[in-house]
Design a protein around this ligand. Structure first.
Ligand code: GTP
Ligand code: SF4
Ligand code: MG
Length: 405
């Protein structure tokens, strides 16, 4: 299973003080000696990733880290490296022995709570140290899930796995719907997918394919067209479609063609909701309403793709934003796996659609900005907002929400 694409794996960071048994816990969870264990505190220094199949969740990567109470200049560096791991983690396991939490532990627990990263507290060494009541009261006070285990006798290890599954992102555990709840079986839906020079050769991108499948599962009649054929598709259908879903790049044109009474949304918006990110990304959009001279905008791209003459991230979005805000803004483009170290200096991050990375990895990038306090939104929603059609394209989703309530 190690060949599963990295992004599809659940990232679990193992955090805790030196000698708490972090590496031992990984071995106990995996059932093999894959991490180095020793009685000498400070054995694990740089973060190490260990891959494993955690049923029924699927592949996970455990990140074994240095102790949070590591000291000196090197210790500080190691704690910074641990912090970096936390930004991208899906779950943190905080390993402690039964003794009362020390200051370094409390500080790190607080940090993880502030990041709103799902965390499981594991009191290890149950066989030799009973958990002190103070620690249990602490977990209860902050509603932190906890469990007591022994990595040596393996007591509590199965329950620990169960707890991890409960903490994993919802969309990994549940069969979530992309667009199927916006329509009824038998409804017709039009998907607008431009095939321009920036479209990947020979294929549709994953969100388009997934949406198509989702609508077929709902027994819908789906028509897929390029924007140039949209008018003709609308003219040819006897009844107006129940929904039109478009790529955001052509939203302005599509919004003009599709009559106001036909519900219209974008792949970007549907996927933001599907992955539970819609609220974070809408918050990011709000930040675009109050831009000031000199604000720094980060245009983040998940891969270094071929740059077009009229590039969406480098040319189009910056131009539209300057025009909309009437302010002098500073734009930086950053492409690749990481975010810049100075992420916190940016007023807002506008992220590409992430077609080359998995939904899981995209979700992590969004969460990282959120955890580092930088508002984030995506290209699609930014375009819809700047073209004045965000409200219209969000509306079909709000209707379902109201129906459900
Ligand atoms: N009795 C008992 N000993 C344990 C348990 N878990 C770990 N140990 C022992 O505690 C010591 C430290 O274990 P490690 O797994 O290396 O701890 P760590 O947190 O990874 O330590 P560093 O990498 O040095 O930060 C070793 O001697 C382990 O054998 C446990 O559940 N019970
Ligand atoms: S991952 Fe982002 S930058 Fe790369 S091709 Fe897809 S949308 Fe463009
Ligand atoms: Mg270790």
């Amino acid at each position: 299973m190690s060949s599963t694409p990295r992004g599809e794996r659940l990232n679990i960071a193992i955090i805790g003080k030196r000698n708490a048994g972090k590496s031992s816990l990984i071995n106990a969870l995996v059932g093999q000696d894959i991490a180095i264990v020793s009685a000498v505190p400070g054995t694990t220094t740089d973060p190490v990733d260990k891959r494993y199949e955690l049923l029924p969740l699927g592949p996970v990567t455990f990140f074994d880290t240095a102790g949070v109470d590591d000291t000196g200049e090197l210790g500080e560096k190691r704690i910074k490296a641990t912090q970096k791991i936390l930004y991208r983690a899906d779950i943190a396991i905080f390993v402690s022995d039964g003794n009362a939490f020390n200051n370094a532990e409390l500080k790190m627990i607080e940090k993880i709570r502030e990041m709103e990263l799902p965390m499981l507290i594991v009191f290890n060494k149950k066989d030799i140290i009973p958990v002190c009541q103070e620690n249990i009261a602490f977990c209860q006070k902050y509603s932190l899930p906890y469990i007591s285990v022994s990595s040596v006798t393996k007591e509590g290890i199965d329950e620990c796995k169960e707890k991890l599954i409960q903490l994993s992102p919802k969309y990994l555990k549940e069969n979530r719907i992309i667009a199927g709840d916006l329509v009824e079986p038998g409804n017709s839906v039009i998907l607008v997918t431009p095939i321009d020079t920036s479209a990947p050769k020979g294929r549709l991108i994953l969100p388009q394919v997934q949406t198509l499948r989702d609508l077929l599962d709902r027994n819908c009649l789906v028509t897929v067209v390029q924007e140039t054929e949209l008018k003709s598709a609308l003219d040819k259908t006897k009844e107006p479609p129940s929904l039109v879903i478009t790529d955001s790049q052509v939203i302005e044109m599509v919004a003009n063609i599709v009559p106001e009474e036909i519900p219209l949304t974008t792949f970007s918006i549907l996927f933001a909701r599907y992955k539970g990110e819609l609220d974070i990304l809408l918050e990011g959009i709000n930040r675009l309403k109050t831009l000031q001279n000199g604000d720094k905008i980060l245009i983040a791209e998940a891969c270094s793709h071929h740059i077009q003459k009229d590039d969406i991230g480098r040319v189009k979005i910056p131009n539209w934003m300057q025009k909309f805000s009437q302010k002098d803004l500073i734009f930086d483009v950053y492409a690749g796996y990481d975010f810049p170290d100075n992420l916190e200096e940016y007023t807002v991050c506008i992220h590409c659609g992430g077609c080359m990375i998995t939904p899981m990895e995209m979700n992590r990038r969004i969460k990282e900005c959120y955890r580092r306090g930088v508002p984030i939104t995506n290209y699609g929603m930014t375009i819809a907002f700047l073209q004045g059609v965000l409200e219209r394209t969000i509306k079909p989703l709000l209707n379902t929400k109201e129906k459900k309530e």
